[in-house]
Design a protein around this ligand. Structure first.
Ligand code: SF4
Ligand code: SF4
Length: 525
């Protein structure tokens, strides 16, 4: 006999006994990791499926083609339209060239991307997840390959359950081989953003490319194959933080994929029989077409779920069923929670039970006018307008700064020790480390001068030339010219021993100019 089998001991009258069971009692414990149920999504067809194909073509096209676009920047700069030139620490984006000190442009673009995501999510829910997220796009591509080789849902399920035969082996090997090729192409396309694509391709093929290129291709091949082919919906449900974050961005006016149970319930598989028996019947015929097309394997009729990526394929599936039944499309549709609640209130009459007779006109069998339908007001509302204004404002500010920026820059660093040197002729000399940046792909001749320090002259360190009021220097294209410059002044002409002046750089053709402030120190009088 175990302790658990023993009769509970009698308690004295003064003690209470509680009938309770710990929440983690062995009897109630669930495994920490539920085994994955494999999903075999059926091919969907319809408006949203077509739209998703289009988005897939555009996004994949942008990804694979962009590194091969050329952009003429002259003989001194790369002609690749989009290039992250790590060796020279430059980012080329068509006509824009960003230097490391201008990284705030990249930060601005990231902020715009973040606000854009807020704008899209608050307007149309997880549209990013459903249409443009790389995980969604590549899973769609991998599923397309799987269907092409193994067939649609039923054929794939049959193949999965079948014993290993030559046919199954050929199909499986073929599918995984194509997936791996896609993975290699994905990793391959990525490295072309970081070097001249045609020459890097030649190097890769002839095994002359640097090791990091092969390592990157291998890593991206592995991640693409694993995430797109093997893990699929598991990435969205368990690995991605976005489904958790999005809840904070949605409100009752955001459009999300919704099962309109105010018109679908009570669902019935035997509609005619139920009607003949005088039972209330909704539009849903419980055919599960919406479930079998779902790439996440869920049932939208269970309400909003974390797993739903709002790909809208269930809308296509259900619209198809409704069309065949001669009913209005939109049993599953993009709808706002506010509209849904209003329609549910009509369908239930404020109670708990949905009565189809409340939403349809008895004589015409059409929906009653009081029902709310989603319209442009769901998109254009104060919250989305504010997001758009912020997003557009940042974009405009960046464009303005970009168009006004000088392609010439000047940095001047005053010596800290010694602050000044008194020369034998009585003049005072200060030393400076000067950097002149030519941010254009052409060579440039620049004149350096001093403004605000009367009588000042300059010499280059190591130069035998006599001090002059101006220095002329040659700048290489897209390069920084470091200079060591001495500025000397007769201290008798100085109004104060601590002065601020401007060092000015002007191109010899006068087209560009840069200036910066610097200190000049002299002994106290
Ligand atoms: S429930 Fe519908 S919208 Fe959501 S993931 Fe499934 S098919 Fe896509
Ligand atoms: S596809 Fe439409 S009719 Fe069929 S089960 Fe889903 S919601 Fe009901």
């Amino acid at each position: 006999m175990t302790i658990a089998d023993k009769e509970p001991a009698a308690l004295p009258d003064s003690a209470d006994r509680y009938e309770v069971e710990p929440v983690n009692a062995p009897r109630l414990r669930q495994p920490l990791y539920a085994p994955r149920k494999k999903i075999f999504p059926k091919r969907a067809s319809g408006t949203f499926r077509k739209f998703k194909w289009l988005v897939m073509l555009i996004t994949l096209g942008i990804y694979y083609i962009t590194p091969w676009l050329r952009w003429d920047r002259g003989p001194f700069a790369p002609d690749q339209a989009v290039l992250v030139d790590l060796a020279n620490r430059r980012f080329f984006f068509f006509f824009i060239e960003i230097w490391p000190q201008e990284f705030y442009y990249v930060a601005g673009m990231l902020v715009m991307a973040g606000i854009g995501l807020f704008l899209v999510t608050s307007t149309v829910g997880r549209a990013w997840c459903g249409y443009t997220c790389p995980q969604t796009v590549w899973v769609d591509l991998f599923l397309w390959v799987e269907r092409a080789i193994e067939g649609d849902r039923n054929a794939r399920m049959k193949l999965e359950a079948a014993p290993w035969t030559a046919d199954k082996l050929v199909k499986r090997v073929g599918k995984h081989a194509v997936w791996l090729v896609i993975g290699v192409l994905t990793g391959g396309a990525w490295i072309f953003y970081f070097a001249d694509a045609p020459s890097l391709l030649a190097d890769v093929v002839s095994l002359q490319a640097p090791f990091v290129a092969y390592a990157t291709i291998a890593l991206l091949t592995a991640t693409t194959y694993t995430f797109g082919g093997l893990l699929r919906e598991q990435v969205c449900t368990y690995m991605c933080p976005w489904p958790r974050i999005q809840a904070a961005m949605l409100d009752e006016h955001s459009l999300t994929v919704t099962y309109n149970d105010w018109r679908g319930e009570p669902r019935s598989r035997h509609t005619k029989k139920a009607i003949a028996e005088g039972k209330p019947v909704g539009d849903c015929v419980d055919c599960n077409a919406c479930v079998v097309v779902c790439p996440m394997g869920i049932d939208i009729r269970d309400g909003q779920q974390l797993e739903c990526i709002t790909c809208a394929l269930c809308i296509d599936a259900c619209d198809d069923v409704m069309t065949k039944l001669g009913k209005e499309k939109g049993l599953i549709s993009y709808a706002t929670l506010a509209d849904y609640n209003a329609n549910m209130a009509i369908a239930t009459g404020g109670g708990q039970v949905i009565e189809p007779a409340r939403v349809r006109d008895k004589t015409t069998n059409r929906f009653v006018d009081a029902l709310r339908h989603t319209n442009w007001r769901s998109i254009v509302r104060p919250r989305t307008v504010v997001y758009f204004v912020i997003w557009a404002g940042i974009g405009l500010a960046m464009l303005t700064i970009l168009s006004l920026r000088s392609p010439l820059d000047l940095n001047v660093l005053h010596d800290r020790n010694p602050l000044y040197v008194q020369l034998s002729d009585g003049s005072v000399r200060n030393g400076y480390d000067v950097k002149v940046l030519n941010m254009t792909p052409q060579p440039r001749e620049v004149i350096l001068s001093i403004d605000g320090l009367p009588g000042a002259t300059m010499t280059l360190a190591g130069s035998e030339a006599a001090p002059t009021a101006q220095l002329t220097v040659e700048l290489e294209p897209d390069k920084v010219l470091p200079l060591r410059i001495y500025v000397r002044v007769d201290p008798q002409t100085l109004p104060s021993p601590h002065l601020t002046f401007r060092m000015v750089a002007v191109s010899t053709d006068g087209s560009v100019r840069a200036q910066t402030e610097a200190k000049f120190e002299a002994p106290e009088k």
